[in-house]
Design a protein around this ligand. Sequence first.
Ligand code: ADP
Length: 263
Amino acid sequence: MPTETVPGPEKVRFDRVTKRFGDQTVLDGLDLAVAPGERVTLIGPSGSGKTTILRLLMTLERVTDGVVHVDGEPFSHMPSGPGGKLVPADERYLAPRRRRVGMVFQQFNLFPHLSVLANVTEAPRHVLGLDADEAAARARDLLGLVGLADKEDAHPTRLSGGQQQRVAIARALAMRPELLLLDEVTSALDPELVAEVLDVLRDVAAGTDITMLCVTHEMAFARDVSDRLLMFDRGRVLESGPPGKLLDAPEHERTREFLRSIR
Ligand code: ADP
């Protein structure tokens, strides 16, 4: 099993991370580092632990064992007491750190009772404390970026799935995250709506230096935006490499089998 390292500073590091649900081991002593600005795509069969990695970074789940670091400091844990012993992070420690992480989910999870603009301004106003004008200006820029400048007053239920997902992308970016997590963001969309969302994400990837971790089955997208692909199998990285290598010349039969299954 390769240990995934990067040469310079690390944006993210999983240090022997194990995650169990009951007696099921979903991640098994995972070592994984991601460099600042790097785009890493996680591929592999359903149930291999990919989404769990993103959920640990969103603090939607807690590690069973091991430590997650972000920007060289503990994230799943915090130093405590005179010796700086690591203990599970509490809410006060996590809150400011979690703000640096944005996530876009498979189900867009927009607030249905709020307009598009209010969906995008909500967290910048209430979490970052921006005033209404600043938050609206930021939101309008981002709605322009995702091609929805004319929809700011619409309610999410009036939008197509692709439009809703583009609002969700604008909403995540409005917090100016340093780390953007994309969890199968096109899986819930009708096929004809997939391209518009992936095009927006290609623009985001090309126009920013946000570190990105994606879980996707869209291999053409993965090939375009990723610096590195990781093939997961049963909670471990089976193989990794630049997309050209992993997709065109995979080393493992498991990887070949997986790629055949989704093509
Ligand atoms: P992937 O993203 O690769 O499909 P996941 O990380 O979603 O895999 O899930 C890995 C395994 O963990 C699956 O078998 C799933 O059923 C299990 N799992 C994920 N979340 C939970 C949970 N909250 N409670 C119990 N089991 C879970």
